[in-house]
Design a protein around this ligand. Structure first.
Ligand SMILES: [Zn+2]
Length: 134
């Protein structure tokens, strides 16, 4: 079975897409994008549509690890991946948004596919463990 692989924008390791957190560019900032339709609230008001700097379809993938997020921000991994000009990223804000996004998604998915719930719970556990250690 073919497993889609993606490269982490932080550590540059290639991992199965399902083990990575997906982000996309919104108004020059990386935002959580577990699903294309997932609402984003943690970073302030959400514009009603894509802004001029947004490129639909450009996603950056990140290990569920705070150290990878720090590396991605410091090394410009998000800007390189999004190819949408300068990217502003605040490690603490984005980390909180990613954690909230995964936890909320996990709650929402409790009633639907157990496979997806398991994946999200694994991501949530990794995020929580990494957040404590950093
Ligand atoms: Zn990584």
């Amino acid at each position: 079975m073919h497993v889609p692989m993606r490269t982490c924008v932080g550590c540059r390791h290639v991992r199965p897409q399902a083990e990575l957190l997906r982000t996309r560019c919104q108004s020059g900032m990386p935002v959580p994008a577990l699903r294309p339709t997932a609402p984003v609230s943690a970073l302030g008001p959400t514009p009603s549509g894509p802004g001029p700097k947004d490129r639909i379809g450009r996603s950056a993938y990140l290990c569920p690890s705070r150290s990878c997020l720090v590396q991605a921000v410091r090394r410009g991994g998000f800007a390189r991946t999004f190819q949408a000009g300068p990217v502003t990223a605040d490690v603490d804000l984005l980390w909180a948004a990613l954690s909230e996004s995964v936890n909320r998604e996990s709650d929402l998915m409790q009633r639907s596919g157990p496979g997806r719930v398991h994946r999200l719970q694994s991501l949530a556990a990794a995020l929580n463990a990494s957040g404590r250690g950093a």
